[in-house]
Design a protein around this ligand. Structure first.
Ligand SMILES: Cc1cc2nc3c(=O)[nH]c(=O)nc-3n(C[C@H](O)[C@H](O)[C@H](O)COP(=O)(O)OP(=O)(O)OC[C@H]3O[C@@H](n4cnc5c(N)ncnc54)[C@H](O)[C@@H]3O)c2cc1C
Ligand code: SF4
Length: 512
């Protein structure tokens, strides 16, 4: 064979750069399912089903298109468990002159791929990942000389570059950002359309059985598997979102609702992140919905900002700051992750429901991740390593490049403010305003201290006090520190005592 093109599990797109210029007579593809990729952390069962099913459907699709594919299944007795022995064996059996890959999404994987040329004594062609809109080098160039790497400026650069929602040099709608219109709350879910749901085929059924057998101790459930597993199905899911939910995406972007884990979000991150669909096609579809007056500017801009802005920015930062970023812990958070993140056994209803949703769906929307699960870990001082491991395990869309900056930077402020201009910390009052979780909680959101007080309240104030030397000069926390200063000393001690008692109870295995 001439070229061996290796396709990684999160590059499942027939237009991926590693197979551009593929010669169907001379070249072959290698795709591998390695157990280590699914056991490096306690990945959600549904995430494993999703990933394996997408990979096997993609293989069939490639074969139908006439590609020659060497496919190593996870349960194949000859599976060698890693790329090095697989490539060695393939070189012995068939020989290849050149290895072609699209740059892998994780820092460690790229570091090991860079050694392949030398190891196998062949030419190595590492190509840019054409599923993203901002190249890693381009982001690096954008970041140079800037004191702060704020999303807003990056996002404007991208809007201009791709001429998205632009009217000549001006943003359509007269503003770059409609965040202020995007904070409505929801009373109930009676008007929210049914989410996309795909029936399972024999291939997926077989994988569900495999996962229930081989990964039975992993987190989460395989029941009611409804994700798309092919590009065609994922595009249907995107279309359904565009026609039925995008209109209200902006309005209810920050809302939370007890009865509904899906709301008006798009639920497409897992399809974007393993390559079934790409960012550009989603952005074009959303922009068209605005052009034909099917969706208002606050929704369309809000959605496009997430994908063209946040997603690309997060990836750029990951590559700019790795490998050091993984070790950051600027607030010196040292506590262990409480077990209720794994079993939902807590009296705090907002956490209980968010973890239950996660167990069931391998999905939680952004505000549950940031303002409930992330917020609690931030204000209680859980160590970034534990929190990152949890977030990497439990969501179908979780890959290190996107999970790590979101957790370390956005949720935990452990990077000292590279991503977020202030910590996303809040009391229960925010959760009560944006959701109905507190209506069914054993704690009282109005109480700041005492047995029945909402833990988010005393942990929040204690968090500010604990981190005063690091955070009080942050201009966006001026008001918070002014309010902290108004509490008498006894109240501050009560916050601390309540926080310590809560942690002691966890240590004793009591339900909190
Ligand atoms: C603590 C924490 C951990 C997170 N971990 C992940 C993760 O592992 N994988 C992941 O894809 N997203 C992660 N996010 C970002 C975001 O929460 C998810 O992308 C989103 O909830 C996915 O649901 P959706 O497709 O319905 O998104 P929507 O709300 O419909 O948004 C549309 C799309 O925008 C993109 N997007 C939005 N926000 C972000 C963001 N902050 N970073 C990157 N892309 C974004 C996603 O591709 C998403 O599909 C995390 C956020 C937080 C606060
Ligand atoms: S009272 Fe506090 S712990 Fe209970 S749901 Fe509300 S915010 Fe969460």
């Amino acid at each position: 064979m001439r070229n061996l093109c290796v396709i990684f599990p999160d590059q499942l797109n027939p237009e991926i750069s590693s197979i551009l210029n593929f010669d169907k007579e001379l070249d072959e593809i290698l795709i591998c399912e390695f157990k280590k990729d699914f056991t490096n952390v306690n990945h959600h069962k549904k995430k494993i089903v999703y990933q394996l099913s997408c990979m096997r459907h993609f293989q069939s699709n490639l074969i139908e298109m006439g590609f020659r594919v060497n496919y190593v299944k996870i349960d194949d007795p000859n599976n060698r468990g890693d790329f090095y022995p697989e490539l060695q064996a393939l070189k012995r059996e068939k020989g290849f002159e050149q290895l072609i890959v699209t740059e892998p999404s994780s820092f460690d994987e790229l570091s090991s791929v860079k050694r392949w040329g030398e190891l196998f004594k062949v030419r190595l062609d590492i190509r840019k990942n054409n599923l993203f809109m901002c190249d890693i080098q381009e982001f690096k160039k954008w970041s140079m000389g800037r004191k702060e790497l704020r999303l807003e400026y990056f996002y404007r650069t991208m809007r201009k570059k791709f001429n998205i929602l632009m009217d000549n040099e001006k943003p359509i709608g007269g503003a770059w950002n409609f965040d202020k219109s995007n904070r409505k709350t929801l009373k109930n879910n009676s008007n929210i359309p049914e989410k996309y749901s795909c029936s399972i085929d024999d291939l997926t059924l077989e994988i569900i059985e495999l996962v229930n057998r081989e990964f039975k101790n992993h987190f989460g459930k395989t029941e009611n598997f409804e994700f798309a597993v092919t590009r065609k199905q994922a595009l249907n899911a995107v279309e359904k979102f565009m026609h039925e939910r995008l209109e209200y995406f902006g309005d209810y972007q920050d809302a939370m609702l007890s009865e509904d884990p899906w709301l008006y979000h798009s639920h497409i991150s897992m399809y974007l992140n393993n390559g079934l669909i790409n960012a550009k096609e989603c952005i074009v579809l959303a922009e068209n919905e605005h052009k034909v007056n099917n969706a208002p500017i606050n929704s369309v801009e809000g959605f496009i900002r997430q994908i063209l802005g946040w997603r690309e920015y997060i990836r750029g930062l990951y590559w700019l700051k790795m490998p050091d970023y993984k070790k950051l812990n600027r607030l010196n958070a040292e506590k262990s992750l409480p077990s209720f993140y794994w079993d939902a056994d807590t009296k705090m209803n907002c956490i209980k429901e968010s973890v239950e949703n996660t167990m069931q769906n391998a999905y939680a929307h952004h505000i549950q991740r940031l303002m409930i699960l992330g917020n609690f870990a931030l204000i209680t001082g859980i160590q970034p390593e534990d929190v990152n491991e949890w977030f990497l395990s439990v969501y179908a869309d979780a890959y290190e490049w996107v999970e790590l900056p979101n957790v370390t930077g956005m949720a935990l402020f452990a990077d000292g403010g590279i991503i977020a201009s202030k910590p996303y910390a809040s009391t229960g009052a925010y959760i009560n305003r944006m959701s109905n979780y507190c209506d069914h909680c054993q704690y009282d959101v109005k109480e700041k201290t005492g047995e029945d007080a909402c833990p988010f309240n005393y942990f929040y104030w204690n968090f500010l006090e604990r981190n005063e030397s690091k955070l009080s000069t942050n201009p966006r926390l001026g008001l918070a520190y002014k309010n902290l200063g108004r509490f008498p000393k006894e109240k501050l001690s009560a916050f601390k005592n309540n926080a310590d008692n809560f942690m002691k109870k966890i240590g004793k295995g009591e339900k909190v």
